[in-house]
Design a protein around this ligand. Structure first.
Ligand SMILES: [Zn+2]
Length: 300
């Protein structure tokens, strides 16, 4: 080897040692997965441990999430955090997820369906999402609790879970880049969040009926849309809700609003409704999680 070649080789080694030549730019993705918006889901039979199709739909949920993970890594993601954000928070078959992701499971958690998000992330993907409780369209349309809540507003605007979760990500300046679900949530999320990538995996006829893609076709579409979203990740803007954030919750029943109004931080605005003002989306998220999960018999 000539002296010049030896010099270049040594310089190369120095650069590799310093981490210059081979380091891939960091690109962190947060993936929040729900179930109502998966291909094929039309009723409670697919959504919880007592449903006759639940175990199979845990497989389908895992497949849709794995497809999104694989597409995101192939498009340049370097780190992915997955949130199991449906029902008991223990739906994903974690032994079938790749080794290079970590998973958020179970409840309660202060940032709800976005637990673990922070300012180091570059983009958010929603898989299996559904419309909010004030939308007359959409499979299993509800916001946070189908049994208990009739409306959730941020600064006067009714929002679906995708809106609340986008606002939590927006607090950290992280944009939503892609959503999958039925046609109704894809339309609602586009109107609210701008030109994000959407994968419509089914078309709602009603609360419990739809025309759906098969799981395999849904995965093909999710792969295509996640790839596009990660490739143009710099195009998306965070969804910022101006602080302080006014949260209004309308309950289906009377007593939650009655009892919550005992707290001086809560105002009862009508028989079924309360208002809370949080200094930011973090306070609002913690308040929501408290309202949804607290009961004095909590054990342990
Ligand atoms: Zn759900």
């Amino acid at each position: 080897m000539k002296p010049k070649q030896i010099f270049l080789l040594l310089m190369g080694l120095v650069l590799v040692q310093a981490g210059f030549s081979v380091a891939q730019p960091k690109l962190k993705i947060y993936l929040s997965a729900d179930m109502e918006g998966l291909a094929g889901v039309v009723s409670g039979e697919q959504l919880g441990p007592t449903g006759f199709e639940y175990q199979r739909f845990r497989e389908f949920m895992t497949q849709e999430v794995n497809t999104a993970i694989d597409a995101a890594f192939k498009a340049g993601a370097t780190e992915i955090l997955v949130s199991d954000s449906h029902g008991n928070g223990q739906n994903l078959l974690i032994e079938k997820l790749p080794k290079n992701v970590t998973v958020v499971r179970s409840w309660p958690r202060p940032l709800m369906m976005m637990q673990g998000i922070d300012a180091t992330f570059d983009g958010v993907i929603f898989i299996g999402y559904h419309t909010g409780t004030t939308n007359p369209a959409g499979i299993r349309a509800h916001t946070m609790s189908s049994a208990n809540l009739a409306d959730v507003k941020l600064n006067g605007v009714s929002v679906p879970e995708a809106g609340i979760n986008a606002a939590i990500a927006g607090h950290f300046n992280v944009p939503v880049i892609m959503i999958s679900g039925d046609d109704a949530i894809c339309k609602e999320a586009s109107a609210m969040l701008g030109n994000i990538e959407t994968a419509t995996v089914k078309w709602a006829y009603g609360f419990h009926s739809a025309r759906t893609l098969t799981p395999e076709a849904a995965c093909d579409l999710i792969r295509e849309k996640v790839t596009k979203a990660v490739q143009r990740i710099r195009d998306f803007k965070p969804y910022k809700v101006p602080a302080p954030v006014q949260l209004e919750i309308r309950f289906k029943n009377y007593r939650p609003s009655e009892v919550l109004s005992y707290l001086s931080i809560v105002e009862r605005t009508d028989a079924h409704s309360i208002k809370f003002v949080g200094k930011d989306m973090i306070e609002v998220s913690k308040f929501c999680e408290f309202v949804l999960t607290y009961e004095p018999g909590l054990n342990p």
